[in-house]
Design a protein around this ligand. Structure first.
Ligand SMILES: O=C(O)[C@H](O)COP(=O)(O)O
Ligand SMILES: [Mn+2]
Ligand SMILES: [Mn+2]
Length: 579
């Protein structure tokens, strides 16, 4: 008896040891047979830098970008284009433009995961969303409280989609919501400026329909996404506070009887009015009382699926201990996000749809294999090369091996005012990191093409692209000095197309007043990828058998350049060594 017991015990011990061994083995990347280890690898992500028709509306083409131009001359062996939009990055269709979240997720994770937009689509179409824990949690408030929706009123498909909000409102009403209030954030960044009018009209008509069915449904507040609520990476808490005051406290400098009246009056008052920076407003009843502040016993849903610009509000709504601004009144609510926005912080705790499980990212592999990483950008893009890159996970994998540096972005300005942004500072930090010899991988994001491109200001965007090009040069110079390797790419298009075009002729479209329609959004353009540097062994070139490759192929490429085989389930590497 005792010996059987002993055999079992020993057996289980051995099994456990095997399991541990197995686990360890999983993380160990085999050495590559052709690519050597020990060369510093610089990874540069030019945010919003696609390849498009080289005409006067292409800010990258117009800009003087000698470094990027020189890289292009390395085609096809050391320069090529890769996909950065649609299904190549896990979006529902190939009509969907790329964006930073899905782009950096794919770059860092080396695989294509179904992204938030797609997961929400399927949770809504199957009805699964209305049976989950998150939904049940908000449903508990339906009988006595109000259900509030806060989010981006847009069909950009980057942070949110209007058809999803429609389905959500309908589903909530069908499942018992009796009083609904909308806190809308106007877009003009992922969609054309001033489309807010159209979205508000559509929303009013949908709310009328709900009212016909006995649901007391109204718009309660509003404001432009860049001025109200949707800040990111804690660049400026005032943005979130403005939203809080309107949404929770029912207070704002502007009060109107309807959202349409708000937009019309604010536009008439200010010739510079635009959707992105619309000031906060509150809708009031005939007695001047706010129609929908958030109160004790209410339910709140933030209906954006994308994480970065919802995290700060989620903290304000969820954290008991909070000191970023004076919340004045903290309502006792049941709050759920459309998704969980931060996997590490588990924020928010309740959500309607489970986020993509992006695990075993390249960053985690590198850390587990003892490689040292330096990552840097300025605040507005800092989370892109850290949080998004690591699969929407905040923090470091290994604080002994990784250094993440954030350069404070300018606050309270639109980036066409200072289009150089912090590109040169980022370049300098990367240079120092490369020259220090302390890192195997030095990874940066240069924000100009994107952040200035979103302003729609052509001249400023050209300037911004020139600044980004200078920063690339600084980094390449440092790589040269240490005998390293560089990989320069982008996360999606933006600055390469500053006008809305006729899809057939490619000519700019005109608005009703005969003016060219300015495109502030991203595009579906492919993006460049270039490799080089003295550390690149001879005969390394891009493979020609992966014509449809996308951002997800970059992680395996990078692992090869660092001297490792990539995990078997990663999208294939783009590079080979010719015989
Ligand atoms: O959040 C934004 O600024 C835009 O909606 C998308 O831009 P990004 O994907 O480049 O961050
Ligand atoms: Mn981006
Ligand atoms: Mn962008």
């Amino acid at each position: 008896m005792a010996s059987i017991w002993l055999t079992k015990l020993l057996g289980s011990c051995f099994r456990r040891a095997d399991d541990v061994e197995e686990k360890k083995h999983d993380w160990l990347l085999p050495a590559h047979t052709k690519f050597p280890k020990g060369r510093t690898l610089a990874i540069v992500v030019l945010d919003g830098w696609g390849e498009q028709i080289p005409d006067q509306y292409n800010a990258i083409h117009v800009a003087n970008t000698p470094t990027m131009d020189a890289l292009k001359k390395g085609a096809p062996e050391h320069w090529r284009l890769i996909r950065a939009h649609g299904q190549a990055v896990g979006l529902p269709t190939d009509e969907d433009m790329g964006n930073s979240e899905v782009g950096h997720n794919a770059l860092g994770a080396g695989r294509i995961f179904e992204q938030g937009a797609k997961l929400v689509d399927s949770a809504l179409s199957t009805g699964k969303l209305f049976h989950g824990n998150g939904f049940r949690y908000i449903q508990e408030c339906f009988a006595k409280g109000t259900l509030h929706f806060i989010g981006l009123l847009s069909d950009g498909g980057v942070h949110s989609r209007y058809d999803q909000l429609q389905a959500l409102m309908k589903g909530c009403a069908a499942n018992g919501a009796r009083r609904i209030r909308l806190h809308v954030l106007t877009d003009g960044r992922d969609v054309l400026d001033e489309t807010s009018f159209k979205f508000v009209e559509q929303l009013e008509s949908d709310l009328r329909e709900l009212r016909k069915h006995g649901v007391d449904a109204l718009i309660a507040s509003g404001g432009g996404r860049m001025y109200v609520t949707m800040d990111r990476y804690e660049n400026d808490w005032n943005v979130v506070k403005r939203g809080w005051d309107a949404q929770v406290l029912g207070e704002a400098p502007h009060k109107f009887k309807s959202a349409l009246e708000a937009l019309t009056s604010l536009k008439a008052e200010n010739p510079k009015f635009n959707d992105q920076y619309c000031p906060p407003f509150v809708i009031v009843d005939h007695g001047g009382k706010a129609v929908g502040p958030i109160l004790d016993g209410d339910a709140v849903v933030t209906f954006n699926f994308r994480a970065d610009r919802m995290i700060m509000l989620a903290k304000a709504l969820e954290y008991a201990d909070f000191n970023k601004f004076d919340r004045v009144r903290v309502p006792r609510i049941h709050y759920a996000g459309m998704l969980q926005y931060d996997g590490e912080l588990k924020l928010p705790g309740k959500y309607l749809v489970s986020p993509p499980e992006i695990e075993r990212t390249s960053g985690e592999y590198l850390a587990k294999n003892g490689l040292r990483t330096f990552a840097c950008s300025e605040t507005v893009k800092f989370g892109h090369v850290t949080f998004f890159w690591n699969g929407n996970r905040s923090g470091l994998f290994n604080d002994k091996l990784e250094t993440y540096v954030e350069i404070q972005s300018d606050q309270g300005i639109t980036f066409n005012e200072k289009p150089g942004m912090k590109a040169l500072e980022i370049g300098r930090k990367a240079q120092d990191a490369i020259l220090s010899g302390k890192y195997d991988q030095v990874r940066v994001n240069l924000p100009n093409g994107d952040m200035v491109g979103h302003t729609g200001d052509m001249k400023a965007t050209v300037f911004g692209c020139e600044a980004a090009d200078k920063a690339v040069k600084m980094i390449l110079d440092a790589v040269k000095k240490v005998g390293g390797i560089y990989l320069v790419t982008a996360d999606h298009g933006n600055a390469e197309d500053m006008v809305k075009r006729n899809p057939k002729t490619g000519q700019p479209l005109l608005d009703k007043d005969g003016n060219i329609q300015i495109l502030t959004s991203h595009t579906c353009a492919p993006v460049p990828i270039a490799i080089g540097g003295p550390g690149l062994i001879p005969k390394v070139r891009f493979r020609t058998d992966l014509p449809h490759a996308g951002l997800a192929n970059v992680a395996a490429t990078m692992m090869n350049l660092l001297g490792f085989e990539a995990p078997a389930d990663y999208e294939p590497s783009l590079v080979e060594v010719a015989n």
